[in-house]
Design a protein around this ligand. Structure first.
Ligand code: GLA
Length: 601
């Protein structure tokens, strides 16, 4: 195959009409050593193409500092090796329930509301990023013998803005960087989204979970010609902390898929296999009335109620969708690869050692800022994922007044003169007990994930207003950041001074070890932290992501490839209330979690 194009009624592969049966699998949500298995599952389901986003913030953590951009190329090679075509959606904004919709925190911190517009500074940052990234895509286009057939410009731009010049400039940039395959946009099938998000010369596609006939009618009003494609057929939905588990009925899902195909359209199943938001990269949404939207952070699992579950296994939905896809594909479908094997368990891991949070900050934290007056935001401190300790003095003598944090994002554990005084949130931002001066106050502030969708995309984290005593700003705030990335530096955790777990206190870093037999034959495990409140957990230095007792997710996914034959190590960073000093590992279970679908995203 050497050529792919957009015809008047169909996509054309080497000149022949073709229907795309595509499924989303994000390379950054699946351990690299498992790509091959998961891609074979997609092939066996009847898909012939794979779609992936690219998260800019994962790959450019600091301006001009790039991290493993080659991962995309290696993934596209694996896609090619699996006999699949590829659709790439490089953003730069991707939404995707990913922190900040994929925009680096330094980009939103620097450009604020000017992101996703024709702003010159934002444009220059995008240009540098695409210059670095796109060679991975360009050399793997179908015209050069690779799998890439299409590339998306931006993502659901019509749900956000109306700066079409920006979209056109982005398309021009993709072309200048060497992308020659067809470009497209994708948007909700609504008039304002399609008018805001599509531009002449680029194929327009639609995103929806049901009602293909009406959706494509709307599309036809805007685009009388061109192949029809549902670029995101939402076969499930994402989970939110504190929300209810949601499962989409498999038979109804398969019928919704059939309706798309009966319209003669192409499809990209979002998600075919969702995977996991490792390392605290889950984003958040804002829901409720525009002026008073609550933050709703996304869970660690990105299982999505997808046909291939988080553990790589076929579900009932898989078999029903496979049946539909088989009817529309060419010839019999390949057999499934071997079923993934889970860790034999339960294995109880005693966390024998612990270090208070202050000791962790001492060993792994950034230098403390000098008294800056007002509290710096996470963006000003260069923190994407992690927490910041703010310290400030209450002058005295003075009587007791309410003490709180204005503009708190998202959550703070507060100490007054070394004694825990409460937990503050964006809504409950004032301590229950008033505070007299003089006193020393510490606020340990955590980000629960940056907003990835809607007008509050890119808002900053930390104490974005100030520390208030009565109505007076307390100035002279010092801040010290503990970035999650600090745990990745080789040998970093060895610098922490551990003692007995029982003496570390209610928050801190805890560790323990366990033995594994037949690590090579183990595809995955599930990890539970009964009685622990909220924080992050690592296995052999690999960050599994956030845990939180509010649920509905209880079991964190452990990719088998991070396990070692013999001794293995667990670290738990507890930020609110440590449980009994142990965690449990077992074969794991698919996490079917979520909030009522369709409201956001
Ligand atoms: C939209 C976005 C996706 C994702 C889905 C919901 O369609 O384009 O990135 O956020 O919603 O899962």
């Amino acid at each position: 195959m050497t050529d792919f194009s957009v015809g008047d009624d169909h996509f054309l592969l080497d000149g022949r009409p073709v229907r795309l049966l595509s499924g989303a699998l994000h390379y950054f949500r699946v351990h690299e050593a498992q790509w091959e298995h998961r891609l074979s599952m997609l092939r066996a389901m009847g898909l012939t193409c794979v779609e992936t986003y690219v998260p800019w913030n994962l790959h450019e953590p600091r301006p001009g500092v790039f991290r493993d951009v080659g991962a995309l190329g290696r993934f596209l090679d694996a896609v090619h090796g699996a006999g699949l075509l590829a659709i790439v959606r490089p953003g730069p904004y991707i939404c995707a329930e990913w922190e900040n919709g994929g925009l680096p925190a330094w980009v939103t911190g620097r450009f604020g509301r000017r992101v996703r517009t024709r702003d010159v500074g934002y444009g220059a940052a995008v240009e540098r990023w695409f210059g670095e990234l796109l060679p991975q895509v360009v050399q793997r286009q179908i015209t050069r013998g690779g799998p890439v057939i299409m590339v998306q410009a931006e993502n659901e731009y019509g749900s956000y803005g109306s700066d079409r010049v920006h979209l056109e400039e982005l398309a021009g940039l993709l072309r200048r960087c060497g992308v020659t395959v067809p470009l497209f946009t994708s948007d909700g099938p609504e008039d304002h989204m399609l008018t805001g998000g599509s531009v002449p010369g680029l194929l327009a596609t639609a995103n929806f979970g049901a009602g293909a006939r009406e959706a494509f009618e709307v599309m036809r009003r805007h685009r009388p010609r061109g192949p029809l494609m549902c670029m995101e057929f939402w076969c499930g939905w994402f989970g939110q902390w504190g929300g209810e588990p949601v499962v989409r009925d498999p038979a109804e899902t398969a019928e919704a898929l059939r309706e798309i195909l009966e319209c003669g359209a192409s499809v990209n199943v979002y998600m075919a296999h969702g995977g996991t938001n490792f390392a605290g990269w889950s984003g958040a949404n804002r829901s409720g009335p525009l002026q008073d939207q609550a933050l709703v952070p996304t869970v660690t699992s990105y299982d999505y109620d997808a046909p291939v579950d988080e553990y790589g296994r076929p579900t009932e939905k898989f078999w029903l969708m496979r049946k539909v896809l088989e009817e529309y594909g060419d010839g019999p479908l390949p057999a499934l690869p071997p079923e993934p094997v889970g860790l034999r368990g339960p294995v109880r891991v005693e966390l024998t050692q612990g270090a208070p949070l202050a000791a962790v900050l001492e060993a792994l934290g950034d230098p403390e800022t000098v008294e800056s007056g007002v509290p710096p935001t996470f963006e000003e401190l260069g923190v994407d994922r992690g927490l910041v300790r703010y310290r400030v003095g209450v002058p005295g003598p003075r009587q007791a007044y309410p003490l709180g944090a204005a503009g708190l994002r998202d959550r703070a554990v507060v100490y007054v003169d070394g004694v825990r005084a409460g937990v503050l949130t964006e809504e409950d931002h004032t301590l229950e007990e008033p505070v007299a001066g003089p006193a020393e106050v510490e606020l340990w502030v955590e980000s629960l994930g940056r907003v990835n969708y809607g007008p509050r995309l890119g808002e900053s984290k930390g104490i974005t207003g100030g520390v208030l005593h009565e109505r007076q700003f307390l100035h002279g705030v010092r801040a010290r950041a503990l970035r999650l990335d600090a745990f990745d530096e080789p040998g970093a955790v060895a610098r922490v001074r551990f003692g007995d777990a029982g003496e570390a206190g209610r928050t801190g870093l805890f560790r323990g070890s366990f033995e594994v037999e037949d690590a090579a034959g183990t595809d995955h495990a599930g990890l539970e932290l009964p009685g622990w409140e909220r924080g992050f957990v690592w296995v052999n230095g690999f960050c599994l992501g956030r845990y939180w007792s509010v649920g509905p997710e209880r079991t964190l996914y452990v990719p088998g490839p991070v396990l070692r034959e013999g001794a293995n190590e667990v670290w738990v960073l507890e930020l609110e209330e440590a449980g009994e000093p142990f965690v449990e590992l077992g074969p794991g279970a698919p996490v079917r979690t979520g909030a009522p679908g369709g409201a956001v995203g």
